[in-house]
Design a protein around this ligand. Sequence first.
Ligand SMILES: C[C@@](CO)(OP(=O)(O)O)[C@H](O)COP(=O)(O)OP(=O)(O)OC[C@H]1O[C@@H](n2ccc(N)nc2=O)[C@H](O)[C@@H]1O
Ligand SMILES: Nc1ncnc2c1ncn2[C@@H]1O[C@H](COP(=O)(O)OP(=O)(O)O)[C@@H](O)[C@H]1O
Length: 283
Amino acid sequence: MIRETARAKINLDLHVLGRRPDGRHDLDSITVFTALGDDMTFEPAADYRLQIDGPFAPSLSPGAENLVTRAALALAASVSRAPAVRIGLLKHLPVASGIGGGSADAAATLRGLQALWGVEAPALHDLAQGLGADVPVCLSQRPARMEGAGERLTPIAAPSLPIVLANPGLGVATGRVFAARRPAEGGPRPQATPPPDDAAGFVRWLQAGRNDLAAPAIRLAPAIADVLTEIQELPGCALARMSGSGATCFGLFPTPRAASAAAMRLATRHPEWWVQATRTLAE
Ligand SMILES: C[C@@](CO)(OP(=O)(O)O)[C@H](O)COP(=O)(O)OP(=O)(O)OC[C@H]1O[C@@H](n2ccc(N)nc2=O)[C@H](O)[C@@H]1O
Ligand SMILES: Nc1ncnc2c1ncn2[C@@H]1O[C@H](COP(=O)(O)OP(=O)(O)O)[C@@H](O)[C@H]1O
């Protein structure tokens, strides 16, 4: 049996440069992954089966539209095999929440099936891109600067950072958030130099940046503004920001202990929110 962790993707910043002729948007985003993710297993079987369990299983159907199934069928076709596999998905990450759970599951499926079948898909990066803008960066799950519509990736050195994730139980559709963005909400990143690799310097560098999708997401789901304010006010929080197109927001903390205490305080105040303390991975 092959096991994979489909890690949460965090956009530590997200600058929207503008809309392209194809309707998609050019981005410039520092993207990292957390220790926390969905757990996946891959075993040989007579035919294709996807079994979804875990806290967010009820938000998902195992049908043809599931990104795991789409990735499995696309990979099987590209290496001319029958998709004879039983896939287990333990869904820990909230769905449609800006932390790329579906994209991470799709990328983990590509990695898991390549390992199970002992194959290497030709043009894996293109196959990943066809499944979604965030799938290529989720293939390596390493810190990267993501440009274009997600297809241009430059690995970066990033420290491991204690982080708190919070979602008020809202799913916001990525396409709707991009559509709600006003032209003035965007532009190039302000920093002229690359990020320093020590934690304090890295966080200071991030503070100068933005998430250009936060304002349109808040217009669609005003509760996101409350989540950001509450995270910002937690003791030790160095930066509070929304990830991706929301609604999940994060706070960065100086130590794992400060992050755990902050998560506990937030979860006690809002038992209905999804709140997790974890860390971003340096590689
Ligand atoms: C915004 C980001 C930032 O990492 O994250 P999420 O909020 O989804 O986590 C991603 O670019 C999202 O990637 P992903 O979720 O794979 O998006 P896709 O399924 O490819 O696109 C969904 C819809 O969002 C819009 N879209 C997406 C990406 C992009 N660069 N420009 C866009 O305009 C398009 O309307 C598209 O139809
Ligand atoms: N395995 C999956 N996990 C999560 N979402 C999935 C999956 N398969 C399909 N989806 C769909 O993909 C969309 C994006 O989900 P997700 O990647 O979790 O969020 P986001 O793009 O906001 O980071 C959702 O509309 C969801 O219904």
